[in-house]
Design a binder for this molecule. Structure first.
Ligand code: TRP
Length: 345
């Protein structure tokens, strides 16, 4: 197996460089427009904690986004917003690369090559494809089917070793390992087998308390939500459904609002709410008020920074262009190696 050292070391330089070489980390960001607290707590916070230990590349995956119906007129806005909000939330471009996938066409070139190594049968078994095909019955296109191969190309193009993702993407990273192994066996050792890295934040549930927080379920709080809107959304959030009246005791263990408190409130607030909810001393409205105040406070700097970047997109565009240039260099190198191993050029 290829060592996760990006494979560029000559033996005599190894000793000198080993102390400074970091493993490459790659992850993809969907340009879904608004970034919500589920993304923030479940993914972005985890990424931030990895910035110093890895050589990090984050891609806004617009070529993945076009596999479902979308409005071309607002795609650029979605991309800029996704970049701006992720940067504002802490993906500091001085400590990682952030770029737009379609600015580096080698992603699709490598995807085509990897297509020829991927059995249809494996893709037919992908849970996300089956789910999305069901949700988009009228538009089950080849791109949707091939999505995991493009994702594999994303990772392998940079010889990514570590892929931080949510539970729902584990199957895709397993596939990328399989494809890497196949390429190496067929054409010669080139790619490391990427490993997934799950964040320790559990899935953040939406305000309905039932489904994962997501834009499409409209059960989310975005990172640039107005303070009043945060309160409005929280006031309608589902709590322990067995607590029907104010005087009923509640059970924080099964209350999604209490779960959200764990990310935004202090230990003493948590203790108090836990106790007073069980004894019906505190009602859901007051409990949500505390959460809302804390959330508004924590999100304020992110919101401010995001809006500043969104309103002045030239800076974000600059950052993305610089990111794409750096990625392009790495991608070109990899493609030279790929073509040469495959007898193409
Ligand atoms: N499919 C991923 C998601 O929906 C996004 C993604 C695209 C990705 N390319 C990637 C994640 C490469 C990790 C590595 O979340």
């Amino acid at each position: 197996m290829i060592k996760c050292m990006n494979g560029r070391l000559k033996p005599f330089r190894y000793v000198l460089q080993i102390t400074t070489m970091k493993k490459r980390l790659f992850s993809g960001i969907q340009p879904s427009g608004e970034v919500h607290i589920g993304n923030y707590l479940g993914a972005i916070k985890n990424w931030i904690s990895l910035l110093d230990d890895y050589d990090c590349i984050f891609s806004i995956v617009d070529y993945h986004a076009i596999t479902i119906e979308y409005d071309p007129g607002i795609m650029q806005e979605r991309i800029i917003n996704a970049a701006a909000t992720n940067i504002a939330a802490g993906l500091d471009p001085d400590r990682c690369i952030i770029f737009v996938q379609s600015q580096v066409p080698e992603h699709t070139e490598l995807a085509w090559i990897l297509n020829s190594l991927t059995p249809m049968g494996i893709l037919e078994r992908m849970t996300q494809f089956k789910d999305k095909a069901q949700q988009n019955e009228k538009n089950i296109n080849v791109g949707l089917f091939d999505y995991p191969v493009l994702q594999t190309a994303d990772i392998l193009l940079y010889k990514g070793c570590t892929v931080p993702i949510g539970e729902d993407q584990v199957q895709h990273v397993e596939l990328s390992r399989e494809i890497a192994r196949k390429f190496n066996a067929r054409y010669g050792d080139l790619f490391p087998e990427p490993q997934h890295l799950l964040s320790n934040a559990p899935r953040i549930m939406g305000l309905d308390g039932k489904n994962k927080m997501s834009k499409s379920m409209n059960n989310y709080i975005s990172l640039i939500e107005e303070p009043e809107a945060i309160w409005k959304k929280l006031s309608r959030a589902v709590t322990d459904e067995n607590r029907k009246r104010r005087d009923d005791p509640g059970n924080p263990d099964i209350c999604n609002v209490y779960t959200l408190h764990k990310y935004f409130s202090t230990d003493s607030e948590l203790d108090r709410i836990n106790k007073e909810c069980r004894s019906a001393e505190i009602g859901c409205v007051d409990c949500k008020r505390i959460l809302s105040d804390n959330m508004i406070k924590e999100l304020a700097p992110i919101r401010e920074k995001s809006l500043e970047l969104i309103n002045n997109p030239a800076n974000v565009i600059d950052t993305l262009n610089t990111g794409a240039e750096k990625c392009k260099k790495i991608a070109e190198e990899t493609m030279k190696e790929v073509r040469s191993l495959m007898g193409l050029r």
